[in-house]
Design a protein around this ligand. Sequence first.
Ligand SMILES: Nc1nc2c(ncn2[C@@H]2O[C@H](COP(=O)(O)OP(=O)(O)O)[C@@H](O)[C@H]2O)c(=O)[nH]1
Ligand SMILES: [Mg+2]
Length: 318
Amino acid sequence: MNENKTNINWYPGHMTKTRRMMEENIALVDIVIELVDARIPYSSKNPDLDILAKNKHRILLLNKCDLAEDNATDIWQEYFEKQGFRVIRMNAVKGSGMAQVTDAARELMKEKIEKLKARGRINVPIRSMIVGIPNVGKSTFINKYVGKTTAKTGDKPGVTRGKQWIKLKKDFELLDTPGILWPKFEDQQVGLKLAFTGAINDDILDAETMGIAFIDHMVARNADCIRNRYQIAFDTIEEPHVILRQIAEARGFKQKGGEPDLERAAKILLDEFRGGKLGRLTLELPEDIDTMLEEKAAREAEKTAEDKKRKQNFKKKK
Ligand SMILES: Nc1nc2c(ncn2[C@@H]2O[C@H](COP(=O)(O)OP(=O)(O)O)[C@@H](O)[C@H]2O)c(=O)[nH]1
Ligand SMILES: [Mg+2]
């Protein structure tokens, strides 16, 4: 992806406040359940939660599995399990994977609960909260998970300081509002993938730039998904903007003067990707992340070397 063409800055002003609230809420729970987007499991994972939820049990939900490639999801599941996460594949819209969440939570808490019971405690509720970046499916998950059978436990003054808990089972309570986490800001590629999936606002980039970046990304990985969807032929070394033009022509999108309407084509392309119409697509694999991080480290090393040289030259001149 061209580093210069796009310059995204989506740093939210109120991140400090969010972080503080998150810390307070995490302190109240036993388990932090993070949702990530199975199409971009790395890019949609909050970078700071490892520190924020340091001493907590963690469950990772690979959500929107229905939109991702199964074999890629297998790879990601293994990747995160190796890092010590309890991983559950999820389609929050359909409600698949839900029962596993409660089971996993009970299992994670088993030892602690047994200890408490041995000391005479009768009911030991497991408390958890849902967190994740915007649009990852938190509300959808909670609505489906909670269903109609449960009731809010309401305020428990003194204990929860005004927090609302949803009692899901006799032994299971969920904080009723999810924690909205900030996305990664570390790399342009991450930003673009967040934009492709709709995790960050569309108005950060103009549609045409985003469409071209998306084509650039997809053509290298799976050109056929675009060829098949729009019934167009192109070589994988073709310029992305030419492919966007082909899409506009294939769909008959024209501007007033008769020129292909690239903006409309780009919007449709992204919409169709998000809606799963290009097929089930995972935009990144662990190996891509390794490459990205290596490239980033190389860039930084180069910059440090350049800075050093500049400083030396400056000294020499003096
Ligand atoms: N295909 C698919 N769409 C999902 C899934 N989970 C959530 N969505 C959709 O993603 C969008 C954002 O979901 P929402 O729950 O509002 O995300 P939140 O911002 O994290 O609360 C909505 O259009 C949901 O219907 C899923 O597992 N599969
Ligand atoms: Mg929501």
